[in-house]
Design a protein around this ligand. Structure first.
Ligand SMILES: Cc1ncc(COP(=O)(O)O)c(C=O)c1O
Length: 418
């Protein structure tokens, strides 16, 4: 069988590969580890009882409708609930501007598929979420990565990279993609000043920002900063992607708020992918968002905070020389060895996995091909994936497990690196 070119060019995502392994010390994928199981069970019971009552009362059609196809953009009721929550965050929107997607992963794909022709340019962070890099590569984008520090992306570098894009590729980038809250993979939170500066750069240069924020509500330290989308009063400059996965469950429901014409085309694209996101999931989540989430979030966040703290303490006590990030929220900590010759991927396979420890090697978060913006020379150079970095997730395993597993990883790394 001869496949389309991309099937040969784009490898399987490292995370999808690692999700298959069931090890004792699992710090790889961004799997939610604090699920509101009891609440969801209550919601299911209530929905079931309501449905039985409707059937008894001769209103079976109402029940049947939730198990049928729905409008591609999503149900009115859930879009209204989400729009109300976004307004609380300072995002001016009404429910008709929102679309529901099958996970925010689908929204990422739809934004890219709607905007990117082969050869178009995208700017993103270095490192970047691999679930963005994969589809961007599949669609033939030229990816320019911009370095990040312990606070995330540097707007001035983005501005320089936009100018260099015109020289290198003869065109401006079509979009800037970033995860400003609880970044995946670095676990950083972009400060307010940089959000404003990045928005100003995008306005001045006429480039769209994709603000991917599935970890927005997983926040446990310091003040929460406004979403970049809240600066976009005309709904013209920023696409905001939200998800229910990290704060509710992996029911595969996300949402997107995009400029009108873009949204219409994304809905058209969604029609080609899955026609609609299951209505029953929207119904369950609507109940959760209307009645439970505000009580649940502090509990969820304090558990993640304790896990992050356990991981940080164990890393600081047992890891060899290197630098780590200090998450204020999200699921991840990023660690860079001082030894640039360290190969985290090779170490994972040879040492960590036989010891039941799993993390994601940093290499996975670099694009295949593409260009890297280098501030020292203010130039674009071919991307070189760093091998001495790794991403640890504290979301899935409990504190006790982390207090065992991370010192074990620290010991193994120290034996390796001295
Ligand atoms: C940055 C980022 N965006 C999008 C997603 C996809 O989330 P979902 O499709 O579950 O909404 C993830 C999941 O890990 C993520 O980390």
């Amino acid at each position: 069988m001869k496949f389309a070119d991309w099937a040969y060019k784009i490898p399987e995502s490292e995370i999808r590969r690692l999700l298959r392994f069931n090890v004792k010390y699992y710090y790889a994928g961004g799997k939610p580890g604090v699920l509101p199981t009891e609440i969801i069970a209550k919601i299911l019971k209530k929905i079931g009882e309501d449905q039985l009552k409707n059937i008894e009362d001769g209103r079976e059609q109402e029940v049947a409708d939730i198990y049928n196809y729905g409008v591609t953009a999503g149900t009115d009721f859930f879009r209204k609930t989400l729009a109300e929550r976004l307004r609380r965050e300072g995002i001016e929107t009404n429910w008709e501007q929102l679309m529901i997607t099958t996970g925010s992963q689908q929204a990422i794909y739809l934004v890219l598929d709607t905007l990117i022709d082969p050869g178009d340019v995208i700017i993103t962070t270095r490192p970047a979420y691999l679930g963005f890099l994969g589809p961007a590569g599949k669609l033939g984008a030229n990816i320019i990565t911009v370095p990040t520090d312990l606070d995330g992306i540097v707007p001035e570098y983005v501005e320089n990279a936009i100018e260099l894009s015109e020289k290198e590729f003869g065109k401006k980038p079509k979009m800037i993609y970033l995860v400003p809250d609880g970044d995946n993979p670095k676990g950083t939170n972009l400060p307010a000043k940089r959000r404003q500066a990045l928005f100003d750069v995008a306005e001045a240069q006429d480039v769209l920002i994709i603000e991917d924020s599935p970890y927005r509500n997983i926040h446990f330290k310091g003040e929460k900063v406004f979403p970049i989308k809240s600066l976009d009063k005309e709904n013209q400059r920023v696409v905001y992607l939200g998800s229910t996965t990290k704060e509710a469950m992996a029911a595969r429901v996300g949402y997107a708020l995009a400029p009108e014409e873009l949204r219409e085309n994304m809905i058209k694209g969604k029609g080609f992918l899955d026609l609609c996101t299951p209505l029953i999931m929207q119904r369950i989540l609507d109940e959760y968002y209307r009645n439970y989430i505000d009580d649940m979030l502090p509990k969820i966040n304090s558990t993640y905070e304790a896990r992050a703290k356990a991981m940080i303490e164990a890393m600081d006590a047992t890891f060899p020389a290197g630098e780590r990030t200090d998450p204020k929220g999200g699921f991840f900590i990023w660690w860079e060895s001082e030894n640039k010759n360290f190969n985290a991927k090779e170490f994972l396979e040879r040492v960590a996995m036989p010891n039941e420890v799993l993390f994601v090697p940093g290499e996975a978060f670099y694009p295949l091909g593409g260009m890297a913006y280098l501030p020292d020379s203010n130039s674009l150079q071919p991307t070189v994936a760093e091998t001495h970095e790794l991403r640890l997730s504290y979301s899935f395993k409990d504190e006790e497990n982390i207090r065992e597993g991370i010192p074990l990883l620290g010991k193994l790394l120290t034996e390796e690196l001295g």
